[in-house]
Design a protein around this ligand. Sequence first.
Ligand SMILES: C[S@@+](CC[C@H](N)C(=O)[O-])C[C@H]1O[C@@H](n2cnc3c(N)ncnc32)[C@H](O)[C@@H]1O
Length: 244
Amino acid sequence: MMPPLVYASGIQQSLAEDTAKILGTSANSKQEFNHLPHLYLSEVGLSFFHPEARSTNQFRIDFNSGTTGWRIKRANHEKLIKKALGKSERPLNILDCTAGMLQDTLLFLSLGHQVTALEQSKILFHLLQDGISRSEDQNIFIKLDLIHANACSYAAHAKNFDVIYFDPMYPPSKKNALSSGQLEYISKILEVESLENNATKDFEVLQLIPARKMVVKRPIKAEPFSFQTNYQVSGKTTRFDIYI
Ligand SMILES: C[S@@+](CC[C@H](N)C(=O)[O-])C[C@H]1O[C@@H](n2cnc3c(N)ncnc32)[C@H](O)[C@@H]1O
């Protein structure tokens, strides 16, 4: 069920009502939802709150804070992703089947590629759109097409992609990067929307999309989804399985 949307003050009322209508929920001015999962619209943007999340902060997508930090921290990851994509004379047309917080998509975009990013969660899709609209750097998003869709439903229409990228949720029990506050919040969002994935089944559908290659991100110790992996690019905790 879609959680209620609470707005901070009358200034946000009209936007809150429009957003609530699109999401299929109610807009409320009363701050009486703190014991329940809810969306919150204030002057800093749209956020999501879940009372059972370990983080007591609201979950918000903010592309403005720590951009440089993000780059430095992700430099190693960027090296691996570059290797996984391989050399290309021209910008690639990439289908990111699992948008998430758009971190990998941002790497693809920063390398000059064109990206279509798919996100199945309506809530996350709206948080991303809100984050993008508030981004001080709009240029990075010029070559991004962000779509609210399940990748398996989109697969039948997917054409002209060079690379299919798939980074499914890690199994919930794993103690890994995905149990970070932000990724725990994504799990909570999927739970609230009753979205369940079977990554193996998704992989089977997505690998049928015509493309030059498919890149699948996996925890380092996880089994590949298929034994037809052509090669692998491994880091300390993450591995990319490449199918040609
Ligand atoms: C591990 S996160 C991806 C993180 C992302 N690569 C990043 O860098 O921020 C997985 C995301 O993919 C989405 N997802 C999983 N399966 C999907 C599918 N079949 N279609 C669309 N989105 C999917 C989930 O809702 C979740 O937001």
